[in-house]
Design a protein around this ligand. Structure first.
Ligand code: BGC
Ligand code: ZN
Length: 369
């Protein structure tokens, strides 16, 4: 079967013939891939800056943002059946089975010896069929066929949001006029209007936040999308970081960073409000050091009870939450979620979405779907 593979030693990316996997264990599921999203991580891997083939293989099949259709299941599988749509998680536990991996939380792996499908030491999903243990397979309702591939990038926001909620229990965080944990008294700022930023903004909006999206550039497609979800677009061309609290008309309670630009992120940290929380999700390329006013940041972090944290990967629960929230987004922002998918390419056209960065989310569609 066809697969898109990177050969790091040969500095080559190619469409290869890869052996079709078959079910060998009772708890396995075979999935025919339908859509595979392309993200910045994939572009880094095909630039040979990141990514590791499995032991004994010269190449790594890339792709970690999946949507497929179940075609066969082992005898013990109960969570999915043939015909179901499904999304697979990305990370697999370390061989040591550290305390986090032992309880299925390899997104918090202690040893760093985890593998990630399509990224490190494990082939990915940019191919025709994959076989996986049922525990890593999440059922997706049929009505999410067109947007299900956005599940994985949304899991980043789902995990970040769960962490924010857990951390903010440290203080009175409930909004006085609200029930059910809605956050209508708080302001959130999203950095970046790529897929992770826009999906994060949707999550913050449905949780009740007054939400702003701060983005570079003057692309015309993104401001209307931001507006359509009830958030406000702020351009870096117009609003300087130190004008952000004024532009938001309130103190900034949450920053969800999804841009991967360290210089901009650290300028925004200075604008954080009291008891505020800043989440990093972007992985910047290695660039030259930049000057940062560390004394001001440290002073504010202490005197304003601020908290900065980073988050990576996601657990099965976050995949399930993301699938449920994609349904909510579609109901609340009709027609908007599908607009995040800029274009679908065939697997033969893999070079285009991997080399250019046009639009929002580009997808490889397999098996002619
Ligand atoms: C993926 C994560 C992964 C991370 C680091 C991201 O693009 O979405 O699942 O943990 O890269 O490899
Ligand atoms: Zn990704």
């Amino acid at each position: 079967m066809k697969a898109v593979a990177v050969f790091p030693d040969d500095k080559k990316v190619a469409l290869v013939q890869h052996e079709e996997p078959e079910i060998t264990e009772k708890d396995q599921v075979k999935i025919r891939m339908l859509d595979v999203g392309v993200c910045g991580t994939d572009r880094e891997i095909v630039s040979f800056d990141y990514g590791t083939p499995p032991a004994g293989s010269r190449y790594l099949v890339i792709g970690h943002e999946s949507l497929g259709e179940v075609v066969a299941t082992g005898k013990q599988v109960t969570n999915v059946k043939p015909g179901d749509l499904a999304v697979l998680t990305v990370r697999r536990p370390c061989a040591e089975m550290c305390p986090a991996c032992a309880v299925g939380r390899q997104d918090f792996c202690y040893t760093g010896n985890y593998s990630e499908r399509g990224i490190v030491r494990h082939h990915g999903y940019m191919t025709e069929y994959v076989v996986e243990q049922a525990g890593y397979v999440n059922m997706v309702p049929a009505e999410l066929r067109d947007v299900g591939v956005l599940t994985e990038p949304l899991t980043i926001a789902e995990k970040a949001y769960e962490e924010i909620e857990t951390i903010q229990v440290r203080m009175p965080w409930t909004c006085p006029d609200e029930t059910g944990g809605r956050q209508t008294c708080h302001t959130a700022l999203v950095l970046g209007a790529g897929p992770v930023g826009l999906l994060g903004a949707m999550k913050l909006v449905i949780e009740g936040f007054r939400t702003f999206v701060y983005s570079r550039g003057s692309e015309t497609e993104k401001p209307p999308l931001v507006q359509a979800i009830g958030a406000t677009f702020l351009s870096t061309d117009v609003v300087k970081p130190n004008d952000l609290p004024a532009a938001c008309g309130a103190q900034i309670d949450v920053v969800y960073e999804a841009m991967g630009a360290a210089d901009l992120a650290f300028s925004v940290i200075r604008e954080l409000g009291r008891n505020a929380i800043f989440v990093f999700t972007g992985v910047p390329g290695r660039k030259n050091p930049i000057p940062v006013d560390t004394a001001t940041i440290m002073r504010d972090m202490v005197l304003k009870n601020q908290l900065i944290f980073g988050t990576v990967n996601a657990s099965s629960t976050h995949f399930q939450n993301a699938i449920a929230d994609l349904g909510k987004f579609r109901a609340k922002f009709p027609g908007t979620v599908a607009k995040l998918i800029t274009r679908r390419y065939t697997i033969e056209e893999y070079q285009q979405p991997l080399s250019s960065h046009g639009g929002i989310k580009n997808v490889i569609s397999l098996n002619g779907a």
